[in-house]
Design a binder for this molecule. Sequence first.
Ligand code: PHB
Length: 390
Amino acid sequence: MKRKTISMCLVGGLALTLSTCVWADGNAFKIGLILPMTGPQASTGRQVEAAARLYMAQNGDTVAGKKIELIVKDDTSAPDVTKRAAQELVVSDKVNVLAGFGITPSALAVAPIATQSKTPQVVMAAATSSITEASPYIIRTSFTLPQASVSLADWAPKNGIKTVVTMVSDYGPGIDAEKFFKERLTFNGGQVTESLRVPLRNPDFAPFLQKVRDLKPDALFVFVPSGAGAAVMKQFLERGMDKAGIRLIGTGDITDDDQLNDMGDGAVGVVTSHHYSAYHPSNANKKFVEAFQKANKGLRPNYMAVGGYDGMRVIYEALKATKGSGGGDALLAAMKGQIFESPRGPMFIDAQTRDVVQNIYLRKVERKDGQLYNVEFETIKDVKDPGKNR
Ligand code: PHB
């Protein structure tokens, strides 16, 4: 892009001075989008990038007189690669904002760079509660696992589920989900009889599921990151655990809209709690889903896409509010406190915590118009991250 700007200056002819060329480049507003475009979390990268590009297509690529430039870097979800990409984006590309971050370790690896360079870091996907505390320059537009987990722990004991085994991916968001689900379920009179942690990389769920089958709880609560839910569902059903009377529940990560339609009718009836469903019945969401599918060969947007879409909105609105002239601190200030209607429902960036406050929905997988969807049946309004201020 830089090369293009300079060559345009040269082609533009002698009338253009060098300072005009420099001015043209200075007029760009650069967003460094670091995502897992390959590797086990590649679906997250694809969803977030597609949503960011959709936002730009719908809202133009010039904001407050600045030309928006999106620089996408693939970090393969390896945190050392994320860190190097962020350093390069800040030092060489001189980006105005760092964004993306498919998994928690990647978001955390960049936090010191955001702080040192005073660059706002918009976390669009990762969801461990503590991420926003790693740098005062972090704003989050995804969700937190405590936010999603506690609502399900309120619902379960009222619906015949007293004993639960938890099974989570063994890293930040999984440990958050396990802890907050267990704490709230116990408070509500239920019991977590066993807590199982599965490795994040190359997980083999079979021995863990066998153990759950032997323990025979009322329900199995699961968190795995986006992209891994279908494997859990397949093995859960293959072992006939549903027929053995064990219910599958979890955060909406396991019935990910990106994979749900391919899970088959065995998924029907699974109850989860989350902040976004492609089936959310609002006009804003219907428009979003339709436009996203049109631009991406029918791909259904998932909760990662909505985090990317809303993250771009937060950046655009901050740039407008600072009239295109603010540095990192001014942009950050303009990101705090934003309130708007997202495809997920109402959404608010808490100015104190820089974290997202949003509705959490209880949903049940149902077949609608021939397709599987997470159909919302209860709304818990304006949920703050329960992981803050404890
Ligand atoms: C995370 O690593 O923070 C993460 C990744 C995928 C999810 C949720 C959380 O679905």
